[in-house]
Write a protein that binds this ligand. Structure first.
Ligand code: ATP
Ligand code: MN
Length: 433
């Protein structure tokens, strides 16, 4: 099929281009017919441009075609930019030629904003739903978030790695693994790159990975999915305080970069990003429990803090904060106990707007200690043979964290449901599309 190539995106069409010939490709968003002149609002990923089709300027074919165009038809328009006081953005494109690249047959839902369909329906027809300007904004911001994170990692000499997602043994002895048939054997989908990224500190020193994590958790909440993107980092010669400093910088860079590059998208989403102050506050697990008990929320010492508890702490603190020094026994086996008080550990959770966004810690780096920690949790060291042997080969002291990308997006964009910020969410009841 022959068609002219896109020379400009809608966002490039500015009054300064007056008189220039351009080709735009996109979708018909709206058509207005005022007799002799017809207007098409053309959408592409970056926005909208008014296309004006009038006799004497547009080709005869274009004049014929425009009569039968429908919303969401795919078109290429060759025309001339014209600065204009009447057009919305102060600029329009006078069409010379219009090419119909594909005809729309139907749209399964209203993307024009007249009636917002409910989330379940939108996810069922996700590819259509993603054409909505709100969703274009969300997923452009999502891409910028990942880019800003990479910037911070590279600045601190982390390199990006990819660890296997099909694994033979469980990462943390947990039960939340999806089984897969791997030829004659049973394998699992990785719930985290934890053990691999730790091993890599012995060679690559500072690594990060942004990739999928799979968890066969049955809970059905607004902030859990069975597949999510985990931002993982691990660094040799650091402890949990060094790691929290890096996370502070990473989150602040994300907020600042998104504020700078996505003013319009944020306005459309009605989001005002706060200016965050570094370093983020830290409270100890003990302080958090005391505070909660004072507020009438009963959490026993040594238990995990429930989501409702985090929300209460947020009402108190009102900014991102860390809960540090968790009881060793409720953290994963690789967590380093505190030297002066081994019942506590060098660990943290980052909480933003009452939601857990990241978890991290200093890790154990000697084989003896790690083996004991595995045993203490009732796990079998033999199951971790290929991991434990690495600790004989010159394992550096190290620390790291895992951060849920979708959780971060959710709190940044004030979304009630994590599914809003995921292209094709996977939950217990959703495998299609
Ligand atoms: P939670 O207690 O909220 O279930 P977790 O402590 O089990 O989370 P971690 O193992 O600490 O999760 O994983 C690191 C980060 O990954 C979490 O802080 C969270 O942001 C994100 N995350 C964990 N599980 C999920 C999930 N099922 N869906 C989306 N994000 C998740
Ligand atoms: Mn956690």
């Amino acid at each position: 099929m022959k068609f002219p190539r896109k020379t400009h995106w809608t966002c490039d069409i500015k009054p300064e281009l007056d008189g220039q010939e351009v080709t735009l490709c996109g979708w018909v968003w709206e058509i207005r017919d005022i007799g002799k002149i017809k207007f098409i609002v053309l959408r592409d990923r970056e926005g909208f441009v008014q296309i004006t089709v009038k006799k004497g300027f547009a080709s005869d074919d274009a004049l014929e075609l425009v009569k039968k165009l429908k919303k969401e038809d795919v078109i290429a328009v060759r025309g001339v930019v014209k600065a204009s006081k009447i057009a919305k953005a102060g600029v329009e494109v006078l069409a010379k030629e219009i090419h119909l690249l594909n005809e729309v047959k139907m749209m399964p839902l209203d993307i024009w904003g007249n009636v917002e369909s409910e989330l379940g329906t939108r996810l069922r027809y996700r590819a259509a739903d993603l054409k909505r300007p709100e969703n274009l904004a969300i997923f452009k911001i999502s891409s910028t978030v990942v880019r800003a994170m990479r910037e911070t990692f590279y600045k601190h000499r982390f390199i990006e790695v990819f660890t296997p997602k099909i694994i033979a043994t469980c990462t943390e002895g947990g039960a939340d693994l999806f089984e897969v048939q791997y030829f004659e054997k049973k394998a699992y989908l990785a719930q985290s790159p934890q053990l691999y990224k730790e091993q890599l500190t012995a060679s690559l020193e500072r690594v990060f990975e942004i990739g999928p994590a799979f968890r066969a958790e049955k809970h059905n909440t607004n902030y859990h999915l069975n597949e999510f993107i985990s931002v993982d980092a691990e660094a040799a010669f650091m402890d949990y305080n060094d790691i929290m400093n890096i996370i502070d910088e990473l989150i602040c860079n994300v907020y600042e970069t998104v504020s700078k590059l996505h003013e319009e998208e944020l306005k459309l989403l009605k989001v005002e990003l706060p200016k965050l102050k570094r370093p983020f506050k830290k409270i100890t697990y003990d302080e958090a429990i005391d505070l909660l008990n004072k507020r009438g929320i009963e959490v026993k010492y040594g238990e995990d803090i429930p989501h409702a508890g985090l929300e209460v702490l947020y009402e108190e603190i009102c900014e991102p904060f860390y809960i540090i020094d968790w009881p060793t026994e409720i953290r994963p086996f690789y967590t380093m106990p505190k030297e002066d008080d081994p019942k506590k550990s060098e660990s943290f959770d980052l909480v933003i707007k009452g939601l857990e966004i990241a978890s991290g810690s200093t890790r154990i780096h000697t084989r003896e200690m790690l083996e004991k920690a595995i045993r203490d949790r009732g796990l079998d060291p033999e199951a971790f043979r290929y991991h434990l042997e690495v600790y004989d080969w010159g394992m550096p002291p190290h620390a790291g964290f895992g951060l849920g990308l979708y959780r971060l997006l959710m709190v940044m964009l004030n979304k009630e449901n994590i599914r809003e910020v995921v292209l094709y969410p996977r939950d217990r009841f959703r495998l299609i599309p």
